[in-house]
Design a protein around this ligand. Structure first.
Ligand code: G3I
Length: 348
């Protein structure tokens, strides 16, 4: 007889939302057990891919809202909120969008049409939008070299936020990125957020993605980063949490990076050792203690995937068998899940 575990979302109710990224066209993209898991433990959804520029706007005159609308129906049917991801990103973009050689006014018109149409379609229905994703350079420079930067210039971020607010004045608007807990990238992100707020653009929050590696989690940097973003009066969210247990080069979450894994390197193909899962549980607990502490409180923690079998980390930076989340491939709770419930009890 399968035991019904206490809900993770309910355990942290009053502190922060618990979310998950989901892919495909709901509900059929998920098995019944997966749908039950989602409904029981999560109260906010993020579309893993279907609301990105490429999938939602495949041709200049054609938009595809099928998967996004289905996700919204599923969420509404389970009293869940939805955060749109993402209106402006340099990855998963149609090749014609902000293509090199386009002039500034034509590029602004393209970006404007995209944001007005997509955010307009979901007007009044979403909790918020990741308006711009991964605009900060990883090393050295200020902004990442992207088609939007080349076509419009550094104020493209400000324009994107203004366009999103006009298209949906009720939606919260977020800047989202990875490694922005690291000191250098954090300073550049604070500079961007400061300039946006100075410009009068509506920015309500910042999303720290949280694609961290087991035994290399920068706990102190995370706590300092959350505290520093809060000083701007912004909500802080952990938006794409996972704890990778299979070694990978430190490449943040840059999907452009690829690396083949030899079969011998696919170390947890037949399962993850209990001792590793216990370390993972302890490190998730430490993270959630930071997220629940008053001075570093976040408003949402979203896992990037529903369970280990649905994680992008099985295919990036190369094919491998990963175990980065709180539920296993059979939708069963892992030690991390039980540890988080305990952390919730402690935090009360
Ligand atoms: O839908 C096509 C399918 O038609 C085609 O047959 C198949 C084979 O090529 O590709 C499918 O598209 C894939 C898509 O996921 C849906 O599965 C893309 O190739 C693949 O690149 C894409 O990967 C996504 C990745 O972003 C790409 O940008 C991952 O699922 C998604 O988890 C990942 O999410 C990003 C966040 O948006 C931003 N932060 C980092 C995070 C992880 O990279």
């Amino acid at each position: 007889m399968r035991t019904i575990e206490p809900s993770l979302a309910k355990a942290f109710a009053g502190r922060f939302q618990i979310g998950a990224a989901v892919g495909g066209v709901l509900p059929d993209a998920l098995e019944p057990a997966e749908r039950a898991l989602l409904a029981q433990h999560f109260n906010v959804l993020t579309p893993e891919n279907c609301m990105k520029p490429g999938p939602i706007h495949p041709e200049r005159e054609r938009y595809d809202f099928t998967a996004g609308d289905a996700l919204l129906r599923f969420a509404r049917g389970h009293s869940m909120a939805v955060v749109g991801h993402t209106l402006c990103w340099h990855q998963q973009c149609p090749s014609w969008f902000l293509a090199d050689g386009i002039d500034r006014s034509a590029a602004l018109a393209e970006l404007g049409a995209h944001i007005r149409t997509v955010a307009g379609h979901y007007r009044g229905q979403l909790q918020g939008w990741d308006v711009v994703n991964e605009a900060i350079a990883d090393q050295g420079d200020y902004l990442r070299d992207t088609p939007a930067l080349r076509a419009i210039g550094p104020d493209y971020v400000q324009h994107a936020f203004q366009l999103a607010h006009e298209a949906d004045p009720s939606a919260e608007l977020y800047y989202n990125d990875f490694n922005i807990e690291q000191p250098g990238k954090r300073e550049r992100t604070l500079r961007l957020l400061d300039s946006l707020l100075e410009s009068g653009a509506r920015v309500h929050g910042v999303g720290i993605q949280g694609h961290w590696l087991l035994d290399q989690v920068p706990f102190d940097d995370i706590a300092s980063a959350i505290a520093s973003y809060r000083t701007l009066g912004l909500k802080v969210m952990i938006t794409e949490l996972d704890l990778d247990v299979v070694d990978r080069p430190d490449c943040g979450a840059d999907v452009a990076v690829h690396r083949a894994y030899a079969p011998a390197e696919d170390v947890y193909r037949d399962g993850c050792p209990a001792v590793v899962l216990e370390r993972q549980a302890a490190q998730y607990t430490r993270l959630f203690e930071i997220f629940a502490a008053p001075e570093t409180a976040v408003t949402r923690v979203s896992f990037w995937g529903l369970h280990d079998g649905r994680s992008w980390l099985n295919n990036w930076p190369g094919k491998r068998t990963n175990h980065p989340l709180a539920f296993d491939r059979q939708c069963q709770p892992k030690p991390a899940f039980h540890a988080l419930l305990e952390a919730a009890r402690e935090a009360r």
